[in-house]
Design a protein around this ligand. Sequence first.
Ligand code: ASP
Length: 324
Amino acid sequence: MKKKILVIHTGGTISMSEDEKTGAVTPNESNPLTKKTEELVEFAHLIIDEPFNLPSPHITPTEMLKIREHISQRILSDKIDGVVITHGTDTLEETAYFLDLTLASTLPIVVTGAMRSSNEIGADGLYNLISSIKVASSDEARGKGVLVVLNDEIHTAENVTKTHTSNISTFQSPQYGPIGIVTKRGVVFHHSPTRAECYPISDVSKKVVLIKAHAGMDSTLLDAINALPCDGIVIEALGQGNLPPATLPGIKALINNNIPVVFVSRCFNGIAQDTYAYEGGGKQLKEMGVIFSNGLNGQKARLKLLILLATTTDRNQIEQAFAI
Ligand code: ASP
């Protein structure tokens, strides 16, 4: 029997077109791939929705929540077997991870996009969309969390990141690699995620700041953040999780103000840990109360902290959730 797949178009390059004269890429009224997809996809029954049409730099946690609600309603009303979301690639990994953390469903949920707009030579949108519908129709994709499918690769929402400004193989999972591939014959998984988390929140109002550490950094920016309405901060720290000594007063003041300070590494491989015992080293920062995150990149740790803060302000609970 044909699987019933919900396709949600949200905008992005996959639904845009290029002006032949100027080369400018702009949004269309609606996704131009809808008709072609319906013609080409015979293996699934499609329900196609377009709740909004936004370039992905316009997407906020409010839209992410809207997508989550949309999926939850369709699961209840339409007995769907899988979901594909088309999305701009700039913030695709954030929406995918938000859905991964907040949707309590074992259905295959796939997020996809395109690097070339719909009328460009070598446009990758239709191909990625059809590949994603294949993955969403696969029984093996159940229970693997939210997946990101582009360029014949299947990635987890947790590990995938956009690594190139324009190349169609931009989506990679540094350190871990994809968990499956899409071939001409079908969908093949060669790994499975080992854990899942779910925080079914409906409040996305917390203010969480993300900043990157650098050589010569001091407390100026940290002090400015401390004076703002701010519920949490994620810092892309140096190496294994260290900071210049001049930031220590700023970090201390944030922690004294009960603002959770979460560390990821600005290295795109590896996990931040409390290894070094020199001034500004991870050991000292952990003792001060900094929370070390388990391998997420900065933008995903920021979303996770925003989600966690909607459920608790307890520092230890937040620390435990980042240790998973
Ligand atoms: N700037 C575009 C967006 O994220 C890029 C893309 O979709 O590939 O909406």
